[in-house]
Design a protein around this ligand. Structure first.
Ligand code: ADP
Ligand code: MG
Length: 612
């Protein structure tokens, strides 16, 4: 008959260890956090067999006296909080005071530590929770903790450990996370004495990311910074069109603590809607700051998952901040440093650039901006007024300058004559690709993606503008016979179609008549257009009646194969580039794939290992 009794500390610690340190990576995490809490400017991590047989974390932090070192191994011994209320103000990583005793209870544990300015250090050796010795030792200032034979004394737990490779992967991931969270701290990661990763003190996050992921990756990121009452956000996020195949590079730090949060992940993905393709994930390294009282970090023993008090507000803040930033970047794409407009006569002067100049929009010519100091004789009107946002029209053959264009073609696109140029058409490549030279390097444009983006924005505009409702009435209404599924799809989309300028009358069961079509559509194409719409709804397995959302509808219109037609002529390509750069977001197609890729001189210099 067993009676009720208090568990000895050693057993309690071993049980707690199951929660706090489920695997070597978790031990590393606790030790790294302690080092950071101790103000370390240098942390070295070494492991063998994924940390199962050996793990050492060494820092140059403030260290512990002999008494403190002993006490740190007592359960619930912490220097970081005094009462439960302190949790509301917590800014350190640790506070539970259970990591060290837990780890020491299930391993062969050696701690060496020396307080700054002290003569010598102290060494404590604990084996499976049993104190073996404490003695003086010589060592540099700081703390070194070795954890060997993890879970040797707890075979049940040891069974759950994975292969060396898997445990190593987890360990490296954590080490990387903390390295990202603290660029100002130097990190070294060693496997069996061999350096896996070494990053000295970095000036900022971008430099640290360059160290970890390489410069190509770091160049694909843009800064973000945003603030709203008690929330702030800063860090780096992927440029529009830059997507990764996994979520591994979607990283959130809440008050500098790396956290997993479904709410934050979803917010990020939502903010990137149409900026990265479906199924790809935007890289992001976001540092969120908020009142410590607004987040519960004590929701999980390893503190990896946190709870937010006002999750909805936080979500909205993240979506808005990221979305605003993406839109800003997209809007400036045509005018960024990389495309600083230069007149064709003033390029670099060396070899005359082959090919045509692509006129680039001058911001002063945008509607309502007026006051452009027009240098052309051309149309000679106040260009601010005469400039038109292109109305949807899909013949792509306007303005093909026939001479390398320092003085531009006369007439046709009058108000574009004095546009400076920065993209020079070089060549048409296979697969709808076109190559351009820019002031900063080369641009590879995907013509079809460009068409889709242009149409997408045009169509969106058409939706937005009341004026676009007036389609052209057809002299001869076009009869349209559909099956019953088709009829239902058509009916469900009628309101949207009317907005576009269509007018379709029902004429009998499954019989319709197209009375009017949008002015940008050849009347002869109207029937094809509607049949495409229906086919596409069918493809989606769309039940009739379940109308496409407005966005889906516009996207579908934009990517219609039949309008795109065959290949692209040079003149069309130039006109496309020109129009693409005027889009609100010229960087991605409506599905979020890039419309063009840039290869800058800087990258070549890196690759060639030379400056030019
Ligand atoms: P917690 O971090 O939750 O306080 P731990 O068990 O991880 O609990 O650590 C207990 C205490 O030991 C800490 O509060 C800190 O005072 C001390 N300590 C642990 N690691 C270090 C270190 N690397 N440098 C200095 N002090 C440390
Ligand atoms: Mg701790």
């Amino acid at each position: 008959m067993s009676s009720i009794r208090l568990l000895p500390d050693r057993v309690a610690n071993q049980i707690a260890a199951g929660e706090v340190v489920e695997r070597p990576a978790a031990v590393a995490k606790e030790l790294i956090e302690n080092s950071l809490d101790a103000g370390a400017s240098r942390i070295e991590i070494e492991y063998r067999n994924g940390g199962k047989s050996y793990l050492r974390v060494e820092d140059d932090g403030h260290g512990m006296t002999a008494d403190e070192a002993l006490l740190s191994l007592e359960r619930h011994a912490t220097s970081k909080i005094r009462e439960a209320d302190d949790l509301q103000r917590i800014t350190s990583f640790g506070f539970r005071g259970e990591a060290l005793p837990s780890i020491a209870s299930v391993s062969r544990f050696v701690m060496r530590t020396r307080v700054r300015g002290a003569e010598g250090g102290t060494e404590i050796f604990v084996n499976g929770g049993k104190m073996i010795h404490q003695k003086d030792c010589g060592m540099p200032e700081g703390t070194s903790i070795e954890v060997a034979r993890l879970f040797n004394s707890v075979p049940a737990r040891r069974k759950f450990l994975r292969t060396d490779a898997t445990e190593t992967a987890h360990l490296c991931r954590w080490a990387r996370l903390y390295a990202m969270a603290h660029p100002e701290t130097a990190f070294t990661l060693l496997e069996n004495g061999r350096t896996i990763f070494r990053s000295p003190t970095c000036v900022d996050l971008r430099e640290r990311l360059r160290e970890i992921f390489g410069s190509g990756f770091a160049e694909g990121l843009i800064e973000i910074e945003s603030e709203s009452d008690d929330l702030s956000l800063s860090g780096l996020i992927g440029k529009p069109g830059v997507g990764r195949s996994t979520r591994q590079e979607m990283i959130f730090m809440v008050n500098n603590r790396p956290v997993d949060s479904k709410a934050l992940s979803f917010a990020l993905i939502e903010a990137y809607h149409t900026y990265v393709p479906k199924g790809r994930f935007p890289p992001a390294f976001l540092f969120l700051r908020m009142n410590p009282a607004a987040v519960d970090v004590n929701a999980h023993p390893t503190k990896r998952e946190v709870r937010f008090r006002e999750e909805g507000k936080l979500r909205a803040f993240v979506i808005r901040s990221v979305n605003d930033r993406l839109r800003e970047v997209a809007a400036n794409a045509g005018f960024s440093e990389a495309h600083t407009p230069v007149t064709s006569s003033s390029t670099d002067g060396s070899t005359p650039a082959p090919g045509f100049a692509v006129p680039q929009i001058d911001p002063s010519l945008l509607p309502n901006v007026g006051g452009a100091d027009s240098k052309t004789g051309g149309a000679g009107e106040p260009t601010g007024q005469s400039f038109e946002i292109p109305v949807p029209e899909y013949s792509l053959n306007d303005e093909a300058p026939s001479t390398p264009s320092s003085d531009g073609p006369e007439g046709a696109a009058g108000d574009r004559d004095d546009l400076t140029s920065s993209w020079r058409f070089l060549a048409k490549l296979s697969g709808d690709l076109a190559l351009f030279r820019t002031t900063d390097g080369l641009v590879l444009m995907h013509c079809r993606a460009a068409v889709e983006r242009i149409r997408f924005e045009d169509t969106e505009e058409a939706f937005a503008e009341e004026a676009s409702r007036d389609g052209q009435r057809l002299l001869l209404p076009i009869p349209l016979e559909l099956d019953s599924f088709g009829s239902e799809v058509l009916q469900s989309h009628l309101p949207s179609l009317e907005k576009l300028g269509f007018s379709v009358e029902e004429f009998g069961r499954n019989f319709h008549r197209i009375e009017a079509a949008p002015s940008w559509l050849e009347p002869g194409d109207a029937e094809l257009f509607l049949r495409d719409l229906i086919a596409s709804a069918k493809e989606r397995g769309g039940v009739a009646g379940k109308a496409l959302s407005k966005d889906e509808f516009i996207r579908m219109l934009a990517s219609r194969e039949s309008l795109t037609g065959g290949g692209f002529e040079e003149s069309e390509i130039i006109s496309l580039a020109n129009r693409l750069l005027r889009c609100r977001n010229p960087l991605t197609c409506p599905q979020g794939r890039p419309t063009y890729l840039e290869y800058g001189h800087r990258e070549w210099e890196n690759r060639f290992g030379r400056r030019f």
